[in-house]
Design a protein. Sequence first.
Length: 163
Amino acid sequence: MAYRVCFVCTGNICRSPMAESVFRARVEEAGLAGLVEVDSAGTGGWHEGDGADPRTVTVLEAAGYDSDHAARQFRAAWFARLDLVIALDAGHLTALRRLAPTPQDAEKVRLLRSYDPAADADLDVPDPYYGGMDGFEECLAMVETTSAGLLAAVRAEVEGRAA
């Protein structure tokens, strides 16, 4: 059974699809594609069915990542099939933990930047939506920096299942 990771931001058009694309690439590079499934969602459904923000697409494609995406809203029922739910900021973390049907499900929710040992006390990935391209580039840099630590944690979980 695959280890399932879902990245969650507000509308699922900027930060979470960016994290999904980057992490999926890292999973494939690590040879874990058949063992780890990666997707994303939003805490709200305002953009359901929409593609990623064009600025997200531009930044991802410029860095060589896939940008194929359709926004969707996170559902409480998904906790049963997910192993790890990655929140992009503290507001998402709180909303997801409140949505979790059980305490065990709430424990599945983590902040993305908690996997970055060099991160400061502020573990939020800032929302680039209302700013310029530099915010999207900063978001990508944070996601890329954090991906190594997240991949190590997921690899340990996957190898622990196989043992």
